[in-house]
Design a protein around this ligand. Sequence first.
Ligand SMILES: *[C@@H]1O[C@H](CO)[C@@H](O)[C@H](O)[C@H]1NC(C)=O
Ligand SMILES: *[C@@H]1O[C@H](CO)[C@@H](O)[C@H](O)[C@H]1NC(C)=O
Ligand SMILES: *[C@@H]1O[C@H](CO)[C@@H](O)[C@H](O)[C@H]1NC(C)=O
Length: 339
Amino acid sequence: MKKGVFIGLGVIGMIVVVGMMKNPLIYERYQVELEEFESFMSSYGKVYKDDDEKLMRFRVFKDNLSYIRVINLENHSWTLAANFFSDLTFEEFSNIQLDKSLNDETNENPDFNILSSNEKSLNLPNSIDWRAKNAVTPIKNQQSCGCGWAFATTASVEGAWKINGHPLISMSEQQLVDCSSSYGNKGCTSGTIVNALKYVQANGLANETAYPYTASTKLCSKSKAALVVAKISSYNSVQSSSSNSLMTAIVNQPIAVAVDANPTYWQFYSSGVIDGNCGTTINHNVLVVGYFTIAGQTPYYVCKNSWGPSWGMSGYVQISIVDGLGTCGIQTSPAYPVV
Ligand SMILES: *[C@@H]1O[C@H](CO)[C@@H](O)[C@H](O)[C@H]1NC(C)=O
Ligand SMILES: *[C@@H]1O[C@H](CO)[C@@H](O)[C@H](O)[C@H]1NC(C)=O
Ligand SMILES: *[C@@H]1O[C@H](CO)[C@@H](O)[C@H](O)[C@H]1NC(C)=O
């Protein structure tokens, strides 16, 4: 494989060099990017089907790299960096990684309770982090399947189950992807946390090894789904557009939330607090595992994503706490299971 990569890069290098020979300054610039592309390919084990695709991917990588540099030069409270998604266009990233036509109507659903806290909660702790309380499993990777809704849901059940006095067990996303379609979910295409929690309430959830993840929508395996390890009695919603309500809910357990994972902020997110106007068009779901309010600093939620541990801050992203729907729409429709 190493050799193939080397030859491929040679070909790309030649094409680029032939085009750039006339201008040694530009040539030098592409040399740097070619080297970065080479190290990107080897660190993420990227293999392209032919030289045309390699060249096309290099061009995308190069454009994305300059986008990353430009944003980082603007000195935001968050930084971007090249990562596994650096060879994807904006469109490809959205199609592969995000849920499509996702519309969580959590707060319009009459058949469950809404946790609401509109008073200024003087008793809210300054910070809470459920990772430090061993209620969060390691970062998972949904791969090329738009089912962030399934990962946010299992993560919320894992936390609730553990906090209720049970062991911390990794639960099955695949069961939700394959089996919750009669609750309105559509596997790798789209789904909502509430639909998934309804399924779990009715059927329980198997663990990760009993019903392993395949990153594709399959027929529901009744025999695997029958290996139930965790059950929930119900689920609740958190008052929409209320940071105080969401923070109050987080004090009790990790909370599943819908977000706008706008690629201009999320695709190359590396570190720091996202406090930009990243939108409120819901297209992804994550788990809020805690929040931090430190005097003199922007308060933020800490969210567990499902794009592998190499994305963001070891798989996590910090989102600023503001009023209304919240940064990236994080306060649009939070929900959580009740064990
Ligand atoms: C990354 O580069 C591709 C190819 O030019 C482009 O389509 C995409 O918009 C870039 N991504 C961002 C976030 O600008
Ligand atoms: C960003 O910070 C650097 C270093 O402090 C500074 O030189 C630069 O002018 C800043 N850029 C902007 C756009 O504020
Ligand atoms: C997962 O479920 C299987 C099947 O019920 C069981 O044999 C196994 O012990 C469980 N593993 C964990 C870690 O709970």
